[in-house]
Design a protein around this ligand. Sequence first.
Ligand SMILES: Nc1ncnc2c1ncn2[C@@H]1O[C@H](COP(=O)(O)OP(=O)(O)O)[C@@H](O)[C@H]1O
Ligand SMILES: [Mg+2]
Length: 224
Amino acid sequence: MSLVQISKVSRKYQLNSISVTALKNVDLAVAAGEFLALAGPSGSGKTTLLNIMGCIDKPTTGEVLFDNTQTASLSSDQLSDLRAEKISFVFQNFNLFPVLTAVENVEYALFLKKMTADQRRKKAEAALDLMGLLHLAGHKPLEMSGGQQQRVAIARAIVREPLLILADEPTANLDHKTGEEIVDLMKASNRQNKTTFIFSTHDQKVIDRADRVVRIWDGEIVSA
Ligand SMILES: Nc1ncnc2c1ncn2[C@@H]1O[C@H](COP(=O)(O)OP(=O)(O)O)[C@@H](O)[C@H]1O
Ligand SMILES: [Mg+2]
């Protein structure tokens, strides 16, 4: 059974009189536990597809089934509850709060969960420890390298124990070696917790680390 299944999905952007079709009739099913790379050049539709699978954006036409729920029938409040409970995101630019320390950035992801401050702190520290970063728990993002910041962002994603982590070009702002380390850490988390990962990239070394590669070109899936 699929964790996320999209059927005949198209996404059009309308800019004044110009219409751009970012996705054309895309079908894709991703099973729970997959470690999947979405590969394609800039402008091919990777971000659009991740946003639709992550229930941030809705398709113009087509259906999105997430964890057996037809998302078209959900209100925006229900969609944000679904995301909060089941999906985490990792971004190219890390998107950490600059005024918060590493451990505070991770804890923040647990803010809506019913936990005591002490429980939040312990979970956040454990997630940082998994990323090999406990010694930097008190550092702010600007006191860390890009690779360290991305490890904090992954700790923040995994600490919520989501079903799915979507990472949009998570290694694009890192040197190749650091990028490969980041993908290896994501894979370790996939293996350990069975969390499903879908990450976009155009780096072949990163693509090579995936269990499955979906190639997208001009808004169409060319191999899956
Ligand atoms: N908000 C938007 N408004 C108009 N066009 C957009 C918007 N977002 C993306 N596009 C267009 O949709 C296509 C796919 O973009 P995107 O999904 O960002 O691709 P990728 O992530 O692979 O670079 C591109 O032609 C892009 O210019
Ligand atoms: Mg993109």
